[in-house]
Design a protein around this ligand. Structure first.
Ligand code: F6R
Length: 245
């Protein structure tokens, strides 16, 4: 993993946008893996700014999102569908038919499992993900691959950990309203991306970033599996990197 420490959130967004812009410049039909959460919002704003300045063209780009809450309709205000449209897709020229976000509403468990397989096949059908953007949970999760004895390889339904439910409660009026399950890409799905960029900002991420760099590969820190990948860039601001030597 290659570490870049930048001064602040603004420079983190610029650096992440540079990497994304470079990929699209090299391959206008790039397949991007995208994340939600607070961390990439400034990066998406920077991409929108560059699109409006005529510096990036998303017309041939395809996107796959990492995850979606299980049980939320795409139009739900807290769904990741809504998040992605409000923070990025509504402001750039990506074609609606090229946007793929896991669907959170299903008839039954069999339907979810079949859907997860189709989602995986579709990523392969599109040629695989060229660049996967990631945030990191305070507990080391990537996507919603939570610390556990075993991690799942492929896209699957997952029960969210208490820590994640607490962290996500800020977006809902009550903790009880936070969906308990999500559909997420698995560790192998993420590791299959040709290039991975993990972003971390703010002092609340300092401890997990320290653990990520100072421990080996363990299912207690799902992000540690990124060490198996040959092309991972970790971009942190000074606050998130403050416990690194
Ligand atoms: C979001 C996702 C999550 C977040 C992580 C960090 O699609 O997959 O893994 O990246 O929870 O969230 P923030 O950026 O809000 O700290």
């Amino acid at each position: 993993m290659q570490l870049y420490m930048v001064e602040d959130a603004e420079n983190l967004a610029k650096k992440a946008a540079d990497v994304i812009q470079e990929i699209i410049k090299e391959k206008p039909s790039a397949v991007l893996g995208l994340a939600t959460g607070s961390t990439p919002i400034a990066t998406y704003q920077e991409l929108i700014r560059r699109f409006q300045a005529g510096e990036i063209d998303f017309s041939q780009v395809t996107t796959f999102n990492l995850d979606e809450y299980f049980g939320l309709e795409p139009k739900h205000p807290q769904s990741y569908h809504t998040f992605m449209h409000n923070h990025l897709f509504n402001y750039i020229n990506v074609a609606e038919e090229n946007i793929h976000i896991p669907l959170g509403v299903h008839k039954d468990l069999g339907d979810v499992e079949g859907y997860c397989k189709t989602f995986e096949h579709f990523i392969s059908y599109c040629g695989g993900i060229d660049l996967q953007l990631l945030g990191i949970g305070n507990n080391g999760h990537i996507g919603f691959n939570e610390p556990a004895e075993q991690l799942q390889a492929k896209t699957h339904l997952v029960r969210l950990s208490e820590k994640t439910l607490e962290a996500n409660a800020r977006f809902f009026s009550k903790k009880e309203e936070v969906p308990q399950y999500a559909i997420t890409m698995g560790i192998q799905t993420i590791l299959s991306a040709k290039k991975i960029v993990l972003l971390a900002q703010g002092v609340e991420k300092a401890e997990i970033i320290q653990k990520l760099f100072q421990t080996g590969i363990t299912t207690d820190i799902p992000a540690s599996f990124l060490k198996l990948h040959p092309d991972v860039i970790v971009i942190v601001d000074q606050a998130a990197g403050s416990l690194l030597n």
